[in-house]
Ligand binder design. Structure first.
Ligand code: EAX
Length: 323
């Protein structure tokens, strides 16, 4: 009789909790804090994705580079050892060379232009190139226009940047472009950056306002110059090993959730830009608002011949022509 009770008790318990679906955990990583633009975009994606799949899938977030630098995380997603990453395109060109075209300095006029290009046929074509390399990009999220910070001097003209040892992303287009300003580019993974700035291993770095804010660079950087020299897209990438196991309905739910996440991330970028510069001044940074942008454009112009050879002049012109 005793042994009979146990199965009966278990059956009663299961009846009480109701039908349970097996729930799959999706591990997703990103470089900055949970309250940053990447955190906001990822959280909206996760909430919408869990709702859209009726709880069949649920995120486990790994913020603040917990799973490593962006290059490491992109590689892990490509190998299938990590499910998803919300990453800038900085290191992405090492896996999908064609994507580096969007990292050309002064290619995009403003946010409206950049978002139109990324969400339109040109961005969709780059997503196809990514898929061919085992990186399914569900949506172009956003990192933002990049600005320069350093500890040596205020940067107003391109010539002020000459001789500065600046950390760059692991991106050859950025490095070539910044060399035309006379910068000594030092490529480095993001998780090492704060310490490198603190110890003076590099004089400065360049990043969007949301990253400078979230990473508390005001604690280790004196000068901020609103150079806006590069637009930094970001991507919400899923491993084919996860994607290919999803039902068509769940793939639709993941895609719809990614678009909502991208919209939320872009809004956070704009919000951070509206309030972040005054915040950084309050935190002690000396901000150069009026940068001589023309001097930077003139300096980088000769490099466009190389970029045209690498990406095709017609492809660069097609991006510039988007209204
Ligand atoms: O994507 O490495 C960088 O400077 C990136 O902007 C940062 O990881 C956020």
């Amino acid at each position: 009789m005793k042994t009979l009770i146990k199965p009966l008790a278990l059956a009663a318990l299961l009846a009480a909790v109701g039908p349970t679906h097996a729930q799959t955990i999706i591990k997703i990583g990103y470089a900055t804090s949970p309250t940053s633009h990447y955190g906001v975009g990822t959280t909206v994606f996760c909430d919408e994705m869990e709702k859209g799949t009726q709880g069949r899938y649920k995120c486990q977030q790994f913020p603040s580079s917990a799973l490593g630098g962006e290059r490491e995380q992109i590689e892990a997603v490509q190998l299938g050892t990590q499910d998803m990453v919300n990453t800038s395109t900085g290191p992405l060109g090492n896996f999908v060379p064609e994507v580096k075209i969007v990292d050309i300095p002064f290619l995009f006029r403003d946010y409206a232009h950049a978002r139109k290009v990324m969400d339109g046929p040109i961005g969709q074509n780059l997503q196809k190139k990514m898929a061919a390399k085992g990186l399914i990009n569900l949506a172009w999220t956003e990192n933002g226009f990049r600005h320069m910070t350093n500890n040596i001097r205020p940067i107003v003209h391109a010539s002020d940047a000459a001789g500065l040892k600046m950390r760059t992303m692991e991106n050859k287009v950025h490095m070539e472009g910044y060399k035309t300003f006379g910068i000594l580019p030092t490529p480095m993974a993001f998780p090492e950056l704060f310490t490198a700035l603190q110890q003076g291993t590099v004089d400065g770095q360049e990043n969007p306002i949301p990253v400078i804010l979230a990473s508390k660079f005001s604690q280790v950087q004196k000068y901020l110059s609103l150079t806006g020299h590069v637009y930094s897209p970001a991507a919400l990438i899923i491993s084919p090993q996860v994607w290919n196991k999803l039902s068509p309905a769940d793939q639709k739910a993941f895609s719809a959730a990614a678009k909502k996440g991208a919209a939320a991330q872009r809004k956070k970028v704009n919000d951070d830009e509206d309030t972040g510069i005054a915040q950084l001044e309050k935190e002690g940074m000396q901000v150069v608002r009026k940068v001589d942008g023309e001097s930077f454009r003139k300096a980088v112009a000769p490099a466009y011949a190389d970029f045209a050879r690498e990406f095709g002049a017609e492809n660069i012109a097609a991006i510039q022509a988007v209204k």
